[in-house]
Design a protein around this ligand. Structure first.
Ligand code: ADP
Ligand code: ADP
Length: 232
């Protein structure tokens, strides 16, 4: 479903060239939750942003459903990106829009008609448990509720893949548990493949099927979560 083939990403700065991602090969099978774990600066964020080409890799290929998206013309890339939803550590909500509109605006931009927009907002608000909060603004919500809005917004595009960039890192342990349970439900019940990055071992332990460990831009270990935790 997702294949990263020999992906590298270099940033040029005054101090020289930083190789944030250095020749990574990684595949995520359909229906799996794949976790990438590593310390700060390991290249996790750069790597996950290469999957939907928020960052253009300096080298390598990104295959989504066996299509190399690094060579697609823009209009085809846009279509592929609709298969890929994304959530972030700091939620990235529109502060001046209600929960309803935070979920609805991207759908409107994609050209869905009002009836379709309404029905999708209702459906995904219900799935994330926010039906009662549709008229609230982000500053009236807890951190966990804000992340639920972001998840509903991503799901409303009905993606096949969800990318999660440290989605629980800004949340307390209890709220983290609840969001992880929601991600697991989304994976198991909606069949959405999830690629997540984290620096927290408990996130991997609780929900991931497979794990890649990242260090200095390279995958240094890969295995099922069970294999990895069985190691001494
Ligand atoms: P992580 O998500 O694991 O913390 P990042 O992907 O954010 O790692 O960063 C990996 C390396 O790339 C770090 O050394 C970081 O300083 C560098 N880096 C990330 N983004 C940029 C950028 N836009 N410009 C220059 N260097 C960057
Ligand atoms: P716009 O974004 O065009 O300014 P509105 O915010 O008024 O428009 O809402 C657009 C549409 O979404 C309207 O048809 C409105 O009835 C509907 N809508 C807005 N909030 C809700 C809600 N909480 N529940 C159901 N429908 C809503």
């Amino acid at each position: 479903m997702i294949q990263l083939q020999n992906i590298s990403k270099e940033y040029k700065s005054k101090k020289g060239v930083v190789k944030a991602v250095d020749g990574i090969n990684l595949s995520v099978k359909r229906g799996q939750i794949h976790g990438v774990i590593g310390y700060s600066g390991a290249g996790k964020s750069t790597l996950i942003r290469c999957v939907n080409l928020l960052e253009r890799p300096t080298a390598g290929r990104v295959l989504i459903d066996n299509v190399d998206i690094t060579t697609l013309p823009l209009h085809e890339l846009r279509q592929t990106r609709q298969k890929i939803g994304m959530i972030f550590q700091h939620f990235n909500l529109l502060k001046t829009a209600t929960v309803y509109n935070n979920i609805a605006v991207p759908l409107k931009l994609l050209g869905y008609n009002d009836a379709e927009v309404k029905s999708r907002v209702a459906k995904y608000a219900e799935i994330v448990g926010l039906t009662e909060k549709l008229d609230s603004y982000p500053n009236q919500l807890s951190g966990g509720q804000k992340q639920r809005v972001a998840i509903a917004r991503a799901l409303a595009q009905e993606p096949e893949i969800l990318l999660s960039d440290e989605a629980t890192s800004a949340l307390d342990p209890e709220t983290t548990e609840a969001i992880l349970a929601l991600l697991l439900k989304i994976n198991r019940e909606l069949g959405i493949t999830i690629l997540l990055i984290t620096h927290e071992m408990n996130v991997i332990q609780k929900i991931c099927d497979e794990v890649s460990v990242l260090e200095s831009g390279k995958v240094v270990e890969f295995g099922t979560a069970i294999e990895l935790f069985a190691k001494p």
